[in-house]
Design a protein around this ligand. Structure first.
Ligand SMILES: Nc1ncnc2c1ncn2[C@@H]1O[C@H](COP(=O)(O)OP(=O)(O)O)[C@@H](O)[C@H]1O
Ligand SMILES: [Mg+2]
Length: 606
């Protein structure tokens, strides 16, 4: 089975539909409630119009109402018992209130379901994105997408999209009622709708770019802050506080300036929009009055018409705001769709691996044209230990990352037990290879929890056992709260060596058949280094081990040693063979063991 990267290929609308799954029924119920509320609202001006014309005045009762009026005892009876009309209004208000409650409940519930699903989908998707994706996306930016952008979308769905539906319902209902009252006046009123809409759309296209720019700059700002806080130690150590502050301030001022520009643009839009709306209202009143005088429209109908017009204009103008806000939501949706569309690594079933590790003509480059590993071929027989040694930047860490499929080889193949690792799911691979990274990450949790991360089922005994093997148990015991000591963010309360050993303990807890130590003993002294290796040899007898180091003594006892130089294998063999050969390894050996020899001589001469 070849594991292929899964790509969703969403459009923005597709992504939204995907995220809306599960909340559609609730949203629809909310919209249905809106429909009832709007219809009830439309009845109020109708009742007012009827009261003015037929109860206060003496206009003939409209044919449509004749039946219902008779049911209540006829128009003369109603004139004597005005309370019946009032009771009607009260009933409308009460039923409306019940439906408003229903609408609010449905919308809130739908909103919860939607927001929860979006958060879950985003987080679990990001968890499955390959390391190469994380390398090119800054943490601050990812966090911004998951918080600010997600919030904009939630707001869009829960407020704007719902309002959009309500507005459409309101517009349709008001237009129907207006056309029933007076066609000519309704035509004048509705002629303004395209004007408002066109104006909004014009604004929409202009605003979109500005909103996008603002979002990007906000991302830069949060990335700046985040990077700075994470690197607080470096900032202090190099006295860069003032520089960092100035850098942040510059970005902050720039970002704020962008918002001021947008706000100015918004102010212009809303003031002109208000002005046109006022003119429209004025026109309806003037023309309506003329029609009234001419006898084309009754006084009650004019009052009702003005009510409907106000009901219509509110939402039509809101439509402008909704659309302009949509431009912001569109940008955010685009940014979230981008995350959802990034190809996930295909996980799948976890199996047990066994057999030799083999690199076959492996070439690799992080950036095209800059090869980091060149034609690497070697074999590690099952149950043996290989030592990998080489200068900084020679590609040692890269080798470990490739084996764990954290990056894909550019050319060539890597096999485990004769299977190309590309055919093995990342989950299987990573469950079978215990990798101790050079830059071990420690969470700001307790030391115990930090070790237990590797295995959910680990008990206290397993944890202390692993800590002992990693020679960190005694250190932890001496902490004030032992295994319950909370480690500062990024492990700042642990020394470099302690941090390394905690990450080693974490890996040992897993008892994997393959172990890779990437310069993981660099920050511990030579004696502890030897002690840990002795523990390993005892407990992981059958394991296939890869020890990467720049310290010659660490790899000295390996079954096979590979010397990397500038991304190529310069030499390989046992320590004895390599020393005899007199190449790089011999040079390194002489260099690293020279000092003790001199000291020894000095001691002997004393
Ligand atoms: N994520 C990365 N993107 C681009 N280049 C990288 C990345 N990581 C490492 N490199 C480069 O690849 C080379 C090998 O790095 P690495 O494997 O970490 O060396 P070593 O572990 O031997 O010190 C170095 O030149 C380094 O600059
Ligand atoms: Mg390295």
């Amino acid at each position: 089975m070849r594991t292929v990267n899964t790509e969703k290929g969403f459009t923005s609308v597709g992504a939204l539909t995907y995220l809306l799954k599960g909340s559609v029924a609730m949203f629809s119920a909310g919209i249905a409630a809106s429909l009832v509320i709007t219809f009830l609202n439309m009845l109020v001006p109708e009742l007012v119009s009827f009261s003015i014309d037929s109860i206060i005045g003496n206009e003939e009762v409209p044919a449509a109402y004749a039946g219902i009026i008779l049911l209540f005892g006829g128009i003369d009876y109603l004139k004597q018992n005005i309370w019946i009309v009032a009771a009607f209004l009260l009933a409308i208000a009460l039923i409306s209130a019940a439906f408003i409650y229903l609408r609010t409940y449905c919308n809130t519930r739908a909103n919860q379901i939607f927001t929860c699903r979006m958060r879950d989908k985003l987080f679990s998707h990001i968890q499955r994105l390959p390391l190469s994706w994380h390398n090119v996306h800054r943490t601050g930016d990812i966090i911004q997408r998951c918080t600010s952008d997600a919030e904009v979308i939630t707001n869009f769905v829960s407020a704007q999209l719902i309002t959009l539906f309500r507005i459409i319902i309101l517009i349709v209902f008001s237009l129907v009622f207006m056309f029933m009252k007076n066609v000519k006046l309704a035509l004048i009123s509705s002629a303004f709708i395209p004007l408002f809409l066109g104006y909004s759309l014009f604004f929409y296209s202009r605003a979109r770019k500005s909103f996008k720019k603002c979002d990007e700059e906000e991302g830069v700002l949060s990335a700046l802050a985040q990077e700075n806080f994470t690197g607080a130690r470096v900032v202090r150590a190099f006295g860069r506080e003032e520089y960092e502050r100035a850098k942040f301030e510059k970005q902050n001022v720039y970002y704020t300036g962008l918002w001021v520009k947008i706000e100015k643009f918004l102010a212009l839009f809303w003031s002109s929009n208000d002005c046109i709306a006022l003119l429209q209202g004025l026109l309806i009143v003037v023309v309506g009055t003329v029609y009234c005088i001419n006898g084309e429209l009754s006084a009650g109908d004019l009052v009702a018409f003005i009510s409907y017009n106000t009901m219509l204009m509110g939402p039509v103008r809101q439509l402008g705001r909704i659309i302009s806000n949509m431009s912001k939501a569109g940008v955010s949706l685009g940014r979230i769709t981008e995350i959802l569309n990034a190809a996930e690594e295909n996980y799948g079933e976890v199996e047990k691996l066994s057999g030799d590790i083999e690199f076959k003509n492996v070439n690799f480059s992080y950036d095209e044209g800059k090869p980091v590993l060149k034609d690497i071929s070697f074999k590690v027989s099952e149950g043996t230990t290989v030592g990998i040694i080489g200068g900084t930047g020679s590609g040692k860490s890269t080798l470990a990352l490739l084996l764990d499929r954290l990056y894909a080889v550019t050319e060539g193949q890597i096999f485990i037990g004769g299977r190309d690792i590309n055919e093995i799911s990342p989950a299987t691979l990573r469950r079978n290879i215990g990798l101790v990274l050079q830059e071990g990450y420690v969470y700001s949790r307790t030391v115990g929890e930090n070790i237990a991360i590797a295995a959910d089922s680990a008990n206290e005994n397993d944890i202390t056992c692993a800590a002992r093997e990693a020679c960190v148990h005694d250190n932890i015991k001496n902490f004030l709260k032992g295994y319950d000591t909370v480690v500062g963010e990024r492990g700042v309360t642990l020394s470099g060596g302690q941090k390394q050993r905690v990450t080693i303990a974490r890996t040992l807890l897993r008892e994997t058949p393959y172990l890779v130590f990437d310069d993981s003993l660099s920050a511990v002294d030579a004696q502890t280094d030897a002690e840990i290796r002795a523990n390993l040899a005892e407990k992981f007898k059958g394991a296939t081990v890869m020890i990467i180091s720049h310290r010659i003594t660490t790899v000295l006892h390996a079954d096979n040693i590979i010397v990397l130089d500038g991304g190529r294998i310069a030499e390989s063999g046992t320590a004895e063979e390599l020393l005899k050969r007199g190449g790089i390894f011999k040079k390194l050996y002489d260099l690293q063991t020279a000092l003790p020899e001199e000291l020894k001589e000095a001691a002997e001469n004393d």
